[in-house]
Design a protein around this ligand. Structure first.
Ligand code: SF4
Ligand code: SF4
Length: 368
């Protein structure tokens, strides 16, 4: 992936203008109610220039120090997930005509071409996992596929990991390695730009890029290496799949369940979680009914209800289900762990349960 040129900070608006001219609806990170979230981006000035995040178990705070950088933060509660696997989707609509005849419609969303600016390496890795699940299984999900086909991704390499990040230990970051159309490396005066797809190359050709000064790429490499080295957490190097399934009765599950609220926050913010529930919502007039799909969580009672029996009735079983699937049986399904090291489940857990700490405890102790 060769560097195409250097984009001065004052020319970021040209990137948005070029994407808009190509028909893309631009979405980018912005500060909203104390968090950095993705929203429609009209102006480069709306990006979180000067903002930083401070994260820890059960903790997420922002502060602004007026630095010129727009991406000197790790991540917010969202990843790319909501843009592809929507929190609520109507899968089918049944209608009854006046003569009693039934008709069925399967609406497929068409949001139009969307460009997301600021995708992180961990989120691109999670997107690849969601692609495996929604596109490359026995059946391709038409809702996910429609949104995926319309997506243009502008990645930004991470240079400021949070204390909760551990993408270096999962091999997914902090450098964006795959799955983007354009990648940006933020420097003091602007961005090193590289293209990762034919669409990205076309877009890069429309930008007012400058020649890259000698040594600048080495500075970016050093910044990314420093971001990896600065990460304070990691997943243990043991065989987590074997360890977790070999310790299903480990006392740690009970200890953690004593703190866990079964709220499902961890699964909602996790960029790779994909559990959902389906339900029918009939109209009051009896003339139509919508079959909807909503995000669900393995922490809800209903998620393990089969024929009226709740299989995982207590929090210990639900937490164990989450961890053994995420770090264990995901290998059987998708050939790798389901964790990309973003750390969101640590920050957004109201009681600060830390997946790296839990994995380490289970690796370090054996109840036979
Ligand atoms: S399990 Fe936690 S750290 Fe891993 S990808 Fe999901 S939210 Fe991120
Ligand atoms: S681990 Fe934390 S975020 Fe997840 S269900 Fe339990 S309390 Fe909620």
């Amino acid at each position: 992936m060769a560097t195409a040129g250097f984009l001065l900070r004052e020319h970021v608006q040209n990137l948005l203008d070029a994407l808009t001219a190509e028909g893309y609806h631009c979405v980018g990170p912005q500060v909203r109610e104390g968090a950095i979230v993705y929203d429609t981006l009209h102006q480069a000035a709306e990006l979180p220039w000067g903002w930083h995040d401070e994260q820890g178990p059960g903790r997420y705070r922002l502060d602004c120090d007026g630095s010129p950088r727009g991406f000197a933060w790790a991540n917010g509660p969202q990843a790319l997930k909501p843009f592809l696997f929507a929190p609520v989707d109507t899968l089918t609509i049944a209608r009854r005509a006046a003569d009693g005849a039934l008709s069925f419609e399967a609406p497929v969303p068409h949001r139009g071409a969307t460009a997301i600016i600021g995708a992180r390496a961990c989120d691109l890795a999670a997107l690849q996992l969601q692609d495996r699940h929604f596109l490359q299984g026995l059946v391709s999900d038409p809702h996910y596929a429609a949104r995926r086909a319309d997506l243009f991704l502008v990645a930004v390499h991470c240079s400021h990991p949070a204390a909760t990040c551990f993408c270096a230990s999962t091999g997914d970051g902090p450098r964006a390695q795959q799955g983007f159309d354009i990648a940006l490396g933020e420097m003091e005066r602007g961005f090193l730009v590289s293209a990762g797809s034919a669409a990205g190359e076309g877009l890069v050709g429309r930008l007012p890029l400058r020649a890259v000064e000698a040594g600048l790429e080495d500075v970016l490499d050093a910044d990314i290496a420093a971001a990896a080295a600065a990460q304070q957490r990691s997943l243990p190097a043991c065989d987590l799949r074997a360890t977790l399934f070999g310790n299903l009765h480990h006392p740690r599950w009970e200890e953690t369940a004593g703190r866990c609220l079964s709220c499902g926050n961890c699964t909602a913010v996790c960029p790779s979680c994909f559990c959902y529930a389906e339900s029918d919502e009939p109209a009051l007039d009896g003339l139509s009914s919508e079959h909807t799909r909503r995000w669900d969580s393995c922490f809800t009672r209903g998620h393990s209800a089969i024929h009226g029996i709740v299989i995982r009735a207590d929090t210990r079983q639900r937490y164990r289900q989450w961890l053994t699937h995420k770090l264990g049986s995901w290998h059987d399904q998708y050939g790798r762990s389901g964790c990309v090291g973003c750390g969101r489940c640590i920050s957004w857990c109201p009681v600060g349960i830390d997946i790296t700490e839990e994995a380490a405890a289970l690796c370090g102790r054996d109840d036979g």
